[in-house]
Design a protein around this ligand. Structure first.
Ligand code: ATP
Ligand code: MG
Length: 560
């Protein structure tokens, strides 16, 4: 199966799919047409993945089509880099728009013509009030707004001014075109909303042709109608815009009548999903880039090693609801572990190495031991790992003066080295500062493969690597970007987690790890899941920890 058919098979049921099914049952449409309409002013985040999965998912399941439409109506903030990354991310998630790639800017001429039509019908006017005046006169939730003193201009004057706005005669912000609806409406969106603003800016697609650009509210519904969208699905904050969406469709000679439906946006603990915040995180250097593995962007998740199937399974588990809520980030982590536990090959890496010398093992001797690639999948096979006199173990697998419940290595105790032998610590070597820098140990040759012929037991099995046959690596350990479970979007810098990135510069990995292909996630035994990063240099690979092995979320869910 392709990613796409897998994605379709994975989807569930929800109130929007029920509406679509009912519309099909009543033969309201010949074909279901949805769209995903990103503004190319940043990279996509996991919240967008919810919208993508919903819109593309519905099109696949009901045999329709889903358009990718760039809402490129604000050239001051939009860039080609974002257009490219958005396309790459949608594909990576497993969805495809086929031929149906569109831009709101494709419709600028038609949208302009319809705006003149509104003016001719007496339904739009040019307002010379300043932005501050417009805001002040809009009223509040409890107070009606005030009519602009320019509201009753003649059609001729409005047409003349609007054409001169288009011709570039006026400075930014000096005039707008507004719909003439009702300044006393209980719905603020109907208090003469702005349809066009003056903006002298170079547009990535239309160049310098336009000096005025349509507002989201004006461009969006009309673009939907031009494309024959049947179900225009957006997030709840647009619910109050729906009367305006419908008003414009009713007043204009549009070729079709789409309907808008709203669902709850994705919110997640320890995470901010706002492009404004994400842009600032990058611009202010709180993260290295849009695809920094701590970012909730699709590019960041990908670079971190999160498989697209885990994101789809998370989105499915979250579901589509009509009420806002906050999802525990642990649910995403659960989905990532669930997927990777199944697919990732097991390897050994030592993150913080401590040298071990096996005193009774012959100098210069190397033996190859057999290690299993996946415990639940025999077809994944086995590989050889080298054992020798000098090894590395994990620093925190040793304690010189262990508390009662510490079962790993300490002076006098015996432990198992996975796939190898039992070893016992006989002596501890320290540096001038009194830190343990090396352990002297003995091994029992009779325990090869990990079992004692006399039946004696050990309480710990540890991972390890041969000092000579392992390779150096840098390992990057990530934790939540924010320390606060509900970070404050208006002052997010104060909520950043100062420990969100730990770099382990002296890690060791087995040779099979250094050869891994990009994007392939491995389980480093007892440590978690890791993926090779693009910062890798030859002889010095870099790995990102996708996620640790601990599974606290599953335990909590189990309790509930
Ligand atoms: P932001 O608020 O982060 O700037 P946006 O809504 O302005 O996002 P758009 O590019 O306009 O960004 O979003 C494209 C589509 O993705 C819209 O239909 C929007 O409703 C949807 N979307 C954005 N954020 C989320 C979210 N957190 N959950 C679900 N859908 C979302
Ligand atoms: Mg938006």
């Amino acid at each position: 199966m392709t990613e796409e058919t897998v994605a379709a098979a994975e989807a569930g049921r929800d109130f929007i799919r029920d509406i679509v099914q009912a519309d099909l049952d009543q033969r309201k449409y010949r074909e279901i047409v949805t769209r995903f309409p990103p503004e190319p002013n940043g990279y996509l985040h996991i919240g967008h993945a919810k919208s993508i999965a919903l819109n593309f998912g519905i099109a696949q399941e009901f045999g329709g089509r889903c358009h990718l439409r760039f809402d490129d109506t604000n050239p001051a903030k939009e860039e080609q880099e974002y257009i490219d990354s958005i396309q790459a991310d949608v594909h990576w998630l497993g969805y495809d728009w086929g031929e149906n790639l569109f831009y709101a800017s494709d419709y600028f001429d038609r949208l302009y013509g319809w705006a003149e039509e509104l003016i001719r019908k007496g339904l739009a006017y040019v307002d010379d009030q300043s932005q501050a005046e417009i805001r002040a006169n809009r009223g509040t939730l409890t107070e009606p707004g005030k009519n602009s003193r320019y509201r009753d201009r003649s059609v001729e004057e409005n047409l003349d001014l609007f054409r001169r706005m288009k011709a570039g005669e006026f400075r930014n912000g000096t005039r707008v075109l507004r719909a003439k609806i009702d300044m006393a409406s209980g719905n603020i969106n109907l208090r003469d909303p702005v349809l066009y603003r003056i903006l002298h800016a170079h547009h990535p697609r239309t160049g310098d042709k336009w000096s005025i650009y349509p507002s989201y509210d004006y461009a969006h519904g009309q673009s939907d109608a031009i494309e024959g969208i049947t179900h225009s699905i957006c997030t709840l904050e647009f619910e109050d815009h729906r009367p305006l969406y419908d008003w414009l469709l009713e007043k204009l000679p549009v070729p079709s009548t789409p309907h808008q439906y709203e669902f709850a946006r994705l919110n997640m603990t320890y995470t901010l999903l706002s492009k404004r915040v994400l842009t600032q995180l990058v611009r202010d250097g709180h993260v290295a880039s849009w695809d920094d593995p701590r970012m909730p962007t699709i590019a960041g998740l990908k670079r971190r090693g999160v498989p697209p199937a885990a994101i789809r399974s998370f989105i499915k588990r979250v579901g589509v609801a009509k009420a806002n809520s906050v999802v525990d980030v642990g649910m995403l982590e659960f989905c990532i572990r669930e997927e990777l536990n199944r697919t990732a090959l097991r390897r050994m890496a030592v993150l913080r190495p401590l040298k071990v010398v096996i005193e009774n093992y012959p100098e210069g001797q190397i033996e190859e031991l057999e290690a299993v690639n996946h415990p639940d999948d025999p077809s994944a096979g086995t590989r050889k790992i080298a054992f020798g006199r000098e090894l590395y173990i994990e620093q925190d697998d040793f304690m010189e003066n262990p508390p009662k419940k510490f079962f790993r290595l300490s002076p006098g105790t015996e432990v198992r080295l996975r796939y190898a032998y039992f070893i016992k610590c006989t002596d501890v070597v320290k540096n001038a500062a009194g830190e343990v820098v090396e352990l002297r140990c003995t091994y029992d040759p009779a325990t090869k493969g990990g079992n004692a012929p006399d039946g004696r037991k050990v309480k710990a099995t540890m991972h390890w690597l041969s000092a000579a046959q392992s390779q150096p690596a840098e390992i990057r350990i990530y934790s939540q970007l924010f320390a606060n479970p509900s970070p404050d979007a208006s002052n997010f810098a104060a909520d950043l987690n100062p420990q969100s990135l730990e770099i382990l510069a002296d890690a060791r990995v087995e040779p099979a790890i250094a050869e891994v292909s990009p994007g392939e996630v491995m389980q480093f035994e007892r440590q978690g899941y890791f993926v090779r990063d693009r910062d890798s240099a030859s002889g010095r690979p870099v790995f990102n920890r996708t996620i640790g092995l601990r599974d606290t979320f599953a335990k909590e869910v189990g309790k509930g």
